[in-house]
Design a protein around this ligand. Structure first.
Ligand code: MOS
Length: 752
């Protein structure tokens, strides 16, 4: 049986492709972690410390234990053994809060879990958790917002390995600054911000003898398995982690948190599946936040705008025990050409939960500071801010002394300025008006690291004409299901709706963390190699199956294209669909596997590999009623080849929405009395809503970067958030004359 040849399929690469998982999501079929239910399942609710510094002296669980339906109140005495986890090579075994839950009686931050109620219903578990009486020894918490670097050693072991506090240095930054004719010396502050994905963190743990299965809202099932296997003293093979759909993560779900181990420990003790879903309040306490930063930036320049010195000294807050590194200086050494530079960092311990990666960690607060300083320098010099950046465009990465794999920042500026109409800008503050409103125009550049994590994948060709692609990575709402389908479709010629994508399960080939905007770039080589190997296997089948039309041929004589096998010399006209060949051979499928090597943290890179971009922002300002609105944003991104412009644009738009929040709304406030994050709900922690979002005009340059993979695709999840806050504060200054150097911009700041 042979199917009718169809018109050759257009390549799915580079085509705007709606999410292949979209119908499952909008119809409610997609199962998020807390949607899974198991027979005999129990519910766990943690007891949160109501102090931020001190010790638990007594836990009175009597009333809670007596409640009907309560199965257990766990604490340090009865939770059972939970081991400490440790980092493994190749960026494995990472978590931001290393201390196992209940390890000691010390409370180091507000909301730390000190007990766990487990009951037959969620409501009972919540009532039981509330009924636990706790006696504390209370010390005053330190949640001081002014940051001074602690007395740390020069080399610090952080969550992500060793970091030198003198992060980058060249020339003599002090001397060059001292003698510079024009100077900027300012300090920029970004507050703690808390990830608020709409899907709450959730874990359900199920034990089957010595095997542990965890359903978790995770951005990295493979790393998650490593950590949980260590914490329960199990071989990795005995642990399976499943994450089918994630209601977004923003970095907060990259690594396991303490509630995950609590769910697993409780399930072990009770011999039943245990589900633990955090409350929105807990989301502010125990699952990470972007740490507060305080960054001094000093720029020295010649009167015609050439940078002669750049110093970036930053401090961030951290929790008492943890060592998350907020790398605000990541982009500083290479963004501009400057002969004299120094970047240093320090840390300040506070009684707060562990800080964590949040969308564009490091670079996002870092570029807010450095790009703001560049804008201030431009104003000081009376040079257009775009022009200042053009003057200081580097030829190579001067920090590493390496060429860029691909850098088209100047083209970004050119296109952005044109689309925005930047040439009409009048620099004088408050001078531009429209419809009775004052206009403010601002801009900033941005960049974000591009690299690959290691990835493995399999591709299958099946006897019903469908294809399969599988990789233990995750789709956190960004479009990974769709990208994997596009890649497999490209190579196999199987249309997108006939490609089955499997991800989010450690039983699949090991895949990358959904982090660093690295997934797309990482999986391309693995999926392509897997497809090539599946095709090679198919060609062997074609030449070895009795009565196959290609029986007398060698695999080398054949070609696979558009889902059909044909003799190279005869051309595609006489091709046979692969499904026919499989059926003739009585094979359900052929499989190929492939692997991408990691380039992340490569000690000897040949290129400096980054994405670049810029934002142009317009605000309107109505001084009579102190009303500030963002009225338009133009963003241009150079992220290599864009595999799916629709999903790509959606990523950048989402990042800009988040950037408006960063600039104008988001901040987590800690109560000086008890150390609690006091705005721990979505009413008081203000995030952007539709009415805050103006038209966003996103453009991609589409220069392939072949250093990353053969398609030249870098990544686009995070770069859109980098730089946008600096563009907004520049626009605010242009409209109002007020320089806001501590985010978010508040109405009070503008009531000068
Ligand atoms: Mo991103 S902060 O690496 O999820």
């Amino acid at each position: 049986m042979s199917t009718t040849p169809e018109a050759p399929m257009l390549s799915p690469i580079g085509r705007s492709t709606p999410r292949v998982d979209g119908p499952l999501k909008v119809s409610g079929v997609a199962q998020y972690t807390s949607d899974f239910h198991f027979s005999g399942q129990l519910y766990a609710v943690p007891v949160e410390a109501t102090i931020a510094n001190g010790r638990v002296v007594k836990l009175d669980t009597t009333a809670a234990e007596r409640m009907p339906g309560v199965r257990a109140i766990f604490n340090r005495e009865n939770i059972g053994k939970i081991f400490r986890s440790v980092q493994e090579p190749e960026f494995g075994g990472i978590c931001e809060e290393r201390r196992p839950p209940f390890e000691d009686d010390v409370v180091r931050y507000y909301g730390q879990y000190i007990a766990l109620a487990v009951a037959e219903t969620f409501e009972t578990a919540k009532a039981a958790a509330d009924a636990v009486r706790v006696t504390y020894e209370v010390d005053k918490p330190n949640v001081e917002t002014k940051l001074e670097a602690d007395d740390d050693s020069e080399v610090i072991l952080t969550t992500f390995g060793e970091q030198h506090r003198l992060q980058s240095q060249r020339g003599d930054a002090d001397a060059a600054f001292a003698s510079a004719p024009v100077k900027i010396d300012q300090t920029y502050v970004t507050p703690a911000e808390t990830h608020n994905p709409i899907e709450l963190h959730a874990t359900t743990a199920i034990w089957d003898d010595l095997r542990l299965t965890l359903y978790d809202s995770s951005q990295g099932v493979v790393n998650f398995r490593t950590i949980l296997a260590q914490m329960f003293g199990l071989p990795k093979e005995n642990v399976r982690v499943i994450t089918k759909f994630v209601g977004s993560g923003f970095g907060g779900k990259l690594f396991p948190w303490t509630h995950c181990a609590l769910a697993a420990a409780a399930a072990r003790q009770l011999g039943k599946p245990v589900k633990l879903v955090l409350s929105r309040k807990m989301m502010f306490q125990t699952v990470g936040h972007r740490p507060r930063t305080q960054q001094r930036v000093r720029l020295g320049a010649t009167p015609d705008g050439k940078l002669v010195s750049l110093q970036h000294d930053y401090v961030y807050h951290r929790s008492i025990l943890d060592a998350h590194h907020e790398d605000c200086g990541e982009t500083t050494p290479f963004q501009y050409s400057v002969p004299n530079l120094r970047v240093t960092f320090g840390r300040a311990k506070r009684n707060v939960g562990a800080a964590a990666d949040m969308r564009g960690p490091g670079a996002v607060p870092g570029l807010y500071a450095t790009e703001s300083a560049m804008n201030e320098l431009a104003d000081e010099l009376k040079i257009d801010p775009v022009r200042l950046r053009v003057i200081n465009e580097p030829k190579i990465d001067e920090g590493l002394g390496l060429p860029f794999s691909s850098r088209h920042l100047l083209e970004c500026f050119e296109l952005g300025a044109e689309k925005f109409g930047w040439s009409k800008r009048v620099s004088e503050v408050g001078s531009m008006k429209r419809d009775g409103l004052i206009l403010g125009w601002g801009m900033a550049g941005c960049s974000w690291l591009a690299a690959r994590f290691a990835a493995e994948a399999i591709v299958q060709l099946r006897d019903d004409g469908t294809a399969g692609v599988a990789c233990a990575t995750q789709d956190i709402g960004t479009g990974t299901y769709t990208i994997l389908a596009q890649l497999a479709s490209e190579k196999t010629g199987v249309p997108l709706d006939k490609v089955e994508v499997a991800l989010g399960d450690t039983s699949l080939p090991e895949g990358p963390l959904s982090g660093g905007s690295f997934v797309t770039g990482s999986v391309v080589p693995a999926v392509f190699e897997a497809a090539d190997n599946a095709i090679a296997s198919l060609l062997t089948v074609a030449t070895t199956t009795p009565e196959s039309p290609f029986e007398k041929r060698k695999p080398d004589d054949l070609k696979f294209e558009g889902g059909r096998v044909f003799v190279k010399d005869d051309g595609p006209a006489g091709g046979v669909p692969f499904a026919d060949l499989l059926r003739r051979a009585n094979l359900r499928l052929v499989t190929g596997s492939g692997k991408s090597e990691s380039t992340f943290g490569n000690p000897e890179p040949k290129f400096s590999t980054h994405s670049f971009g810029c934002h142009f922002v317009e605000v309107t300002w109505q001084s009579e009623i102190a009303q500030l609105r963002i009225s338009r944003v133009v963003t241009v991104i150079d992220a290599g080849r864009i595999l799916n412009p629709l999903a790509g644009r959606n990523q950048i738009e989402g990042a800009i929405v988040m950037g408006i929040g960063m600039a104008l709304f988001e901040h987590t406030s800690y109560d000086a009395q008890n150390g609690a994050p006091i705005n721990s709900n979505l009413a008081d922690y203000v995030v952007v809503v539709n009415a805050d979002v103006p038209p966003i005009d996103v453009h991609f340059l589409d220069f392939p970067d072949r250093e990353i993979n053969e398609l030249g695709a870098r990544g686009i999840g995070e770069i859109g958030l980098a730089g946008i806050a600096a563009a907004i504060t520049a626009a605010v200054h242009h409209a109002t004359g007020v320089r806001v150097r501590e985010l978010p911009v508040k109405i009070e700041d503008l009531l000068a």
